[in-house]
Design a protein around this ligand. Sequence first.
Ligand code: AMP
Length: 425
Amino acid sequence: MTFKELDIIEPIQRALEAEGYNTPTPIQEQSIPILLRRKDLLGAAQTGTGKTAAFAIPILQHLYNDRHRNKDRRKIRALIITPTRELAIQIADSFTVYGKFTGIRNTVIFGGVKQGAQTNALRNGIDVLIATPGRLLDLIDQGFIRLKDIQYFVLDEADRMLDMGFIHDIRKIIAKLPTKRQSLFFSATLPPDIIDLSRRILGNPEKVMVKPEQTTAEKVVQSLYFVSKKGKPKLLVHLLKTIPFESVLVFSRTKHGADKIVRILTKANIKASAIHGNKSQGARQRALGNFKSGETKVLVATDIAARGIDIEELSLVINYDLPNIPETYVHRIGRTGRASASGIALSFCMHEERPYLKDIQKLIDQSIPVVEDHPFVGFEPDDTSGKSTAQGRPQRQSRRPSSSSSSGSNNRNKYRKSYSPRRRN
Ligand code: AMP
């Protein structure tokens, strides 16, 4: 299958070629024909599957084909709502890249920064608006934005929107949209409250399900390190000094924890920066920019800040803390298994986190292989002396979560082999 066979117009095909996209990803192959027929779509897909292009390409194509209607005074005809600023910026970048030969203009608005530049861009006239919910409502209330000409509406990362408490904002936004429109709804997971929300937005949608969450876990090589709280910083420094990697995303459950990790690494002469909600937008963009350019090789992030960040060639993810929501683990390790690349995910687990580990292994239907020979293995479980103890050694990971003992994925044993960090000479 090629983009040409999907009936993509030449100016967009040219842009995709320039980006090195040779073949559509499964979600693109399935969604683009539906969207070109102007049908509503319910898409179950996570970031990393190519879903941005799956909705951006058909929207650009419709707007391009109808461009004569919006020549004089540009009105906003497509609206994309997404939960985080980083994701909004990435989506806008994608529209710019795929639409560079179409003349279709976009802008992005999000909170946490002054609104002047954003309102100026809006005044100049745009076709596509990418927004986070709060700033959008704010600028609507101030009279800078009207939604009455919207023909294409995308709600992206719907499950995360609800997690982040955006439901009221979303309802308000939907109420302002014209009823005659094409609507697209994307979510990584489809629990009942998401299905309920999708019904409020979509007419009679076609459904596309691509890569259920669990399959990400199958293409990422995962390893588990049992370690105490005190052993975690030492183990992190040890791994970063011994494993060869291009770039690593380290996950911390809390903002405070993320800052602390950066301090530990800085002390160990490892250049790192943190990205989380307490940082200013400028600081977040700088940290992300330095990471993407390779200047900083270690980025420490909280889950919300890391959500949707698209970093090419991210080879390694370290879960300094295990997440208490098992799906979050899959999202995290998915950072390293994007589009077609595969990667490595190393997770630290202290005694108190074992219940989280159990839930994660149940969800992914796999036992994460344990690295048993790391130097801090004895710091277990409540070590305060800093000395290794034989009793502290973790149990071998032969136990499998009880729920996955008899049936399940064929890939379950695929990554059983422990990952042994290679040493740098
Ligand atoms: P997304 O799920 O939209 O965040 O996309 C994940 C990554 O896949 C991004 O880096 C895209 O640039 C890339 N990508 C999207 N579609 C394609 C394609 N057809 N071929 C190659 N890379 C793609």
